[in-house]
Design a protein around this ligand. Structure first.
Ligand code: AP5
Length: 192
């Protein structure tokens, strides 16, 4: 299964992708994780991305697409993948469809996790205390949420219009949300 996970910062994409990786036995590809690894490694790409990420902004479409193409052609996506953090704007959504058409691996479904803003801010503040992620500062979180509303929310409509969207409540325990996703992805029984 080729799955895209959509949702605002803190909506649980990374948490649920890690569980779905075990359930579906396909790789979890997170553009945020790929970028953070590049920053840690101090690669030229990482050096370019660091300040933008810390401010909560979006890294350039060109850089992220190049990185994603390299990952998607690594040879382990034959049975599918879970994409987390991409696409983040309409240009990326179109670029992804073009890339995956070329690879003969079109997206089957996009799952949108819906969580209200106050809860998102609470979750990210909690993570800031535990993990100290550089972009979980109040200012960067505000910026990430604003960019999500302006640039990423239209991507949900993009998948709705092409009949590939599953919209789910992302509030509840991690187990409850996981169960909702699994049920939504299960094939409809043939009643015929
Ligand atoms: P990225 O790493 O993708 O960050 P994000 O989208 O802001 O998402 P988060 O990781 O903050 O949240 P999440 O939805 O994964 O939630 P999580 O499971 O972690 O991107 C980081 C940056 O990289 C971007 O800002 C940008 O600069 C750059 N970037 C990445 N992709 C890009 C792209 N395509 N184009 C351009 N730039 C790009 O959960 C959050 C917290 O909540 C955790 O502490 C978790 O334990 C907790 N939690 C999760 N679920 C629950 C639950 N059900 N109940 C209670 N707590 C929960």
């Amino acid at each position: 299964m080729r799955l895209v996970l959509l949702g605002a910062p803190g909506s649980g994409k990374g948490t649920q992708a890690a569980r779905l990786r075990e359930h579906l036995q396909v790789p979890h590809i997170s553009t945020g994780d790929l970028l953070r690894a590049a920053v840690r490694a101090g690669t030229p790409l990482g050096l370019q991305a660091k300040a933008v990420m810390e401010s909560g902004g979006l890294v350039s479409d060109e850089i992220v697409l190049g990185m994603l193409e390299e990952r998607l052609t690594a040879g382990d996506t034959g049975n599918g993948f879970i994409l987390d953090g991409y696409p983040r704007n309409l240009a990326q959504a179109n670029a992804l469809d073009t890339l995956l058409a070329r690879l003969h691996q079109p997206v089957d479904v996009a799952v949108q996790l819906d969580v209200d803003t106050e809860l998102l801010i609470g979750r990210l503040a909690g993570r800031a205390q535990v993990e100290g992620r550089a972009d979980d500062t109040p200012e960067a979180v505000r910026n990430r949420l604003k960019i999500y509303d302006e640039a990423t929310a239209p991507v949900v409509e993009f998948y709705r219009q092409s009949g590939r969207l599953v919209h789910l409540d992302g509030v509840g325990t991690m187990d409850e949300v996981f169960q909702r996703i699994v049920e939504a992805l299960a094939p409809t029984p043939d009643l015929g």
